[in-house]
Each structure stands twice: as C-alpha cells, then as structure tokens.
Write a protein that binds this ligand. Structure first.
Ligand code: AMP
Length: 190
C-alpha cells in the first residue's frame, strides 16, 4: 500500500491536489471535510452533529471523526493505498491512523506539507467563498478561527511525522500544475 497524507492549512490547495494525486497514483481519496459535507447535505445524524462544529470553524470531535474515517478505510479494503486530505488534524487522530493502518500491515509513507503564507490563505478562502457555498468560508472571523485551530492543534503533527523522517515540504504557491508536479516528485521519491 502507498499511504499519503496531504498536510496543510485550510486554503492550501489540499483538495484540488489530492484529486489529481489520487488519479495519478491510483489511490483512494479520503477527504474528511468532503465526507462531512456530504453527510450535512444528506441530513444524516453525523451531518447534523458535524455541522454544529464546522459552522463555527471548530474541529469535529476526534472520536466521531476517527470512527468515520475507520469506516471509510474499511470500505476500501482492497485499495492500492490512500491519500488522506484534511485528516489527521490532531495528535490522537494521527495515533489512531497509525493503529488502523497497522491492521493492514501498512503505515503512513509520506506526508506532503503544502506551505502557503497566511495572507495568501485568507485571500484564497475569501475568494473560494464566492463559489464554494461553504458557510465556513463566508465569514472572515470563522476563517481566522480555522487558521488558529490549525496552528494550535494540527500544526504540531508536522513534528510528529518529521521525527519519522517522512515529511516532504512543497511550496503551495504557484500554478496548479507546478505544485502538482512537485507533489508527484515528493510522493514518487517517498
Ligand atoms: P476541510 O474541508 O478539510 O477544510 O474541513 C472543513 C471542516 O470540517 C473543518 O473546519 C472541520 O470543522 C471539519 N473537519 C474536517 N476534517 C476534520 C478532521 N480530521 N477532524 C476534525 N474536524 C474535521
């Protein structure tokens, strides 16, 4: 299996790139944000719960997120590998992912850290709000909250994986194709 984490703050371009990387390396793309949004649309119990956090720019609780992610991995038992987009976002999520992949005699192979300045992130998210219909993009205070949550809870994961020597830094500013090419180099070189 080849397991890739696409890591970075909101607005770094993870979603756009993850779709392309999944296609190229034949990986199953798991975006926890997309799965939550599909549940919100379908008005499921999980969707109702997730919405109450997402609309405030807060993280959905670990237990809920981990159970959902585990279910998605189990649905794809024969996958060649996964690209995780927006997961893990906390240390407990990263630990849960390690345990889960161990069950498949596998592990996280590479963490691509997409790096973008904060000013650029805010500009991109405000721009995305014009077309995404995402309530969490529409309000600058919620955007700032999401970036703060990223700094406090998610950024420490970079260290967690750096200690294993599996982090590859990619500049997230440039054309979609240039960034994609840099990500592919990072993934292929593992
Ligand atoms: P995203 O589409 O990745 O920007 O995620 C949108 C929102 O979904 C986040 O701001 C969180 O509220 C929630 N979310 C997505 N992934 C996770 C996760 N791994 N842990 C907790 N909450 C998440």
């Amino acid at each position: 299996m080849l397991n890739v984490i696409l890591f970075g703050p909101p607005g770094a371009g993870k979603g756009t790139q993850a779709v392309k990387v999944a296609e190229k390396f034949e990986l199953v793309h798991l975006s926890t944000g997309d799965i939550f949004r599909a549940n919100i649309k379908g008005e499921t119990e999980l969707g109702v719960l997730a919405k109450s956090y997402i609309d405030k720019g807060q993280l959905v609780p670990d237990e809920v997120t981990i159970n959902m992610l585990r279910g998605e991995v189990e649905k794809n038992k024969t996958a060649k590998g996964f690209i995780f987009d927006g997961f893990p976002r906390t240390i407990p999520q990263a630990e849960a992912l390690d345990l889960l992949l161990k069950d498949y005699n596998s592990a996280v192979d590479v963490v691509v850290s997409l790096e973008v300045t904060e000013e650029e992130l805010i500009a991109r998210l405000k721009n995305r709000a014009l077309t995404s219909g995402r309530t969490d993009d529409a309000d600058e205070n919620i955007i700032k909250n999401r970036i703060q949550v990223y700094k406090d809870e998610t950024f420490p994961l970079k260290d967690y994986y750096t200690r294993r020597g599996i982090v590859k830094v990619v500049n997230g500013i440039g054309t979609i194709e240039q960034i994609f090419s840099d990500i592919c180099t990072a993934v292929a070189g593992e």
